[in-house]
Design a protein around this ligand. Structure first.
Ligand SMILES: [Mg+2]
Length: 236
């Protein structure tokens, strides 16, 4: 019954912003013989394709706003769609300033908000130029961000808000999230939800895989990308 396996990338197949390790490549190679396999990512397609070194599978990027299909005859990826939903920058900036004042994040390095061409927005609590060590040490258990996550969601009703990366909130314009991306794939390409399996690591509250985890699409959690194959042995 299973036809499609969708994978999260960071934390599921590899480390954040790191190429696919050999074990993950081998897993994908084996699964591709039996199923349609694709990546459903939070980042944009060009970034994901660079990270996976153009590994020959389809890639959905920006929570479903972008889609690149691999053309096996040409040996390259082709963009199917690339949606952009520009936000009200002034209003977004004002709301982020308000959150910074209310929660004591008025000091930051670089910019206090990052607008992406897709319409996604990053709210980096420590700023865009913060030191990577400071970012990693900031909120490893996410408690600092979860403390006011509900408030951020309420203040940005036109977005889905994710507790993203190490020290930021990531905002994707509604209705885009990974569940929406997979549902659209089903509608466009004729799959049922129960013919899909999604594999991800970030399914906790505010995580970018949560929308799939709480949905009717079957979900396989991965708690350690270095052992990703061990979570999928029944499919090989
Ligand atoms: Mg992940």
């Amino acid at each position: 019954m299973l036809k499609v396996i969708g994978f999260d990338l960071d934390g599921t197949l590899t480390q954040h912003r790191t190429p696919l390790p050999p074990a993950s490549r081998e897993l994908l190679d084996r699964l591709r013989r039996r199923y349609r396999v694709l990546i459903v990512g939070a980042g944009n397609c060009p970034r994901i394709l660079r990270q996976i070194e153009n590994y020959p599978i389809d890639v959905i990027g920006n929570y479903g706003m972008q889609y690149c299909r691999y053309d096996p005859e040409a040996g390259l990826h082709r963009q199917v769609f690339d949606l952009q939903i520009p936000p009200d920058r002034e209003s977004v900036t004002a709301r982020i300033s308000r959150l910074r004042r209310e929660h004591g994040y008025t000091e930051y390095a670089g910019d206090g908000v990052e607008f992406h061409s897709s319409g996604c927005v990053t709210f980096p609590l420590l700023g865009t130029k913060a030191d990577i060590r400071d970012k990693l040490a900031f909120d490893p258990d996410r408690k600092k961000r979860l403390a006011f996550y509900a408030e951020v969601c309420a203040l940005f009703p036109e977005f889905t808000v994710f507790v993203g990366g190490s020290s930021s909130f990531d905002l994707a314009p509604l209705p885009y999230n990974k569940y929406y991306a997979l549902d659209r794939l089903c509608q466009d390409e004729g799959y049922r939800h129960d013919e899909i399996l999604y594999v991800g690591d970030d399914y906790g509250h505010g995580g970018n895989d949560e929308a799939v985890y709480v949905s009717d699409i079957p979900f396989r959690p991965v708690s350690d990308y270095t052992r990703v194959t061990s979570f999928l042995l029944d499919l090989l």
